[in-house]
Ligand binder design. Structure first.
Ligand SMILES: [Fe+2]
Ligand SMILES: [Fe+2]
Length: 277
């Protein structure tokens, strides 16, 4: 992974069609640009956690460059779609309000293997998210960018999974331990980072941050594009990282549960919004 698989010059910017920009996609694209462009913080964190592992460190740095490029591509597209969108100013606001802890010397997941399970979960989330958005959008440039990013995220998953296998031999982490980390990381997706990115990227600076409102605003839009195949594919990746068999009864139960949870979450958001209105 020493080079980039694509650059901003590969994006067919001339094909941009403003009439096909979906306002919800624009909001999501702006928020995603914040999180992606902030990758350097996660590289610093991984540099601390894996400090004696030069092979992993080289891979993590190359990974960070690709994630940052995701932010650049999405940010540039958002500025085409909305000339008033000031990426630098918005990103500055995001940084002022949200900083992940990069100082930790040990993984907050308890072990390096645990850290890699958590990294796999992030890439499951992003690959399925951009896959779903890329399928949903009718705007050619956004579609191109989402598809390129989704392919990168899938490759990132494989990268972290390969290192996970190596660390499972060194440290050992059983299926139950892996499931625990995976579930922990998946539920964290509901927490501050995405809500705050949505806020910093989309809301009037004079509006105070309302975590729950931003969380609802974000997930109401984000969940809509997931179809069953996106969920099944993502869950198969989760199972693999945990050392569980995808073609099993447990998988079918988990897939049913995941779909049910998503529908329930969407209904709750609609209820909250109706109550607020
Ligand atoms: Fe990314
Ligand atoms: Fe990624």
């Amino acid at each position: 992974m020493g080079y980039k698989y694509w650059t901003l010059d590969d994006v067919p910017w001339d094909a941009f069609d403003p009439s096909r920009v979906d306002p919800d996609h624009l909001k999501l694209g702006k928020a995603a640009a914040m999180v992606e462009f902030n990758a350097a913080d996660y590289v610093s964190y991984l540099e601390n956690v894996f400090r004696e592992d030069p092979v992993f460190l080289a891979a993590a740095r190359a990974w960070g460059v690709e994630e940052t490029q995701h932010g650049e591509a999405l940010g540039r597209w958002a500025m085409m779609a909305d000339p008033d969108f000031d990426f630098d100013a918005r990103f500055k606001r995001f940084r002022e309000g949200f900083r992940p802890d990069t100082e930790a010397s040990e993984s907050i997941r308890g072990s390096r293997a645990g850290e890699l399970v958590a990294r796999c979960m992030v890439e499951v989330g992003t690959s399925s998210y951009y896959g779903a958005l890329g399928d949903a959008t009718q705007e050619p440039v956004f579609k191109f960018i989402c598809r390129k990013i989704a392919a990168d995220e899938l490759r990132h998953y494989k990268l972290f999974y390969d290192h996970l296998k190596r660390y499972l031999d060194i440290e050992g982490l059983g299926t139950l331990g892996r499931v625990r980390v995976a579930m922990g990381r998946i539920t964290e997706t509901e927490d501050d980072e995405l809500s705050y990115a949505y806020y910093a990227a989309n809301m009037d600076p004079d509006t105070p941050y309302d975590r729950e409102a931003c969380n609802n605003a974000y997930f109401r839009r984000a969940f809509r594009y997931y179809k069953d195949p996106h969920i099944d594919r993502g869950l198969a990746m989760v199972f693999k990282a945990c050392g569980l068999k995808p073609r099993s009864t447990l998988f079918r139960i988990a897939a049913g549960g995941a779909k049910w949870l998503m529908v329930r979450r969407q209904k709750k958001i609609e209820r909250d919004l109706a109550r607020a209105a």
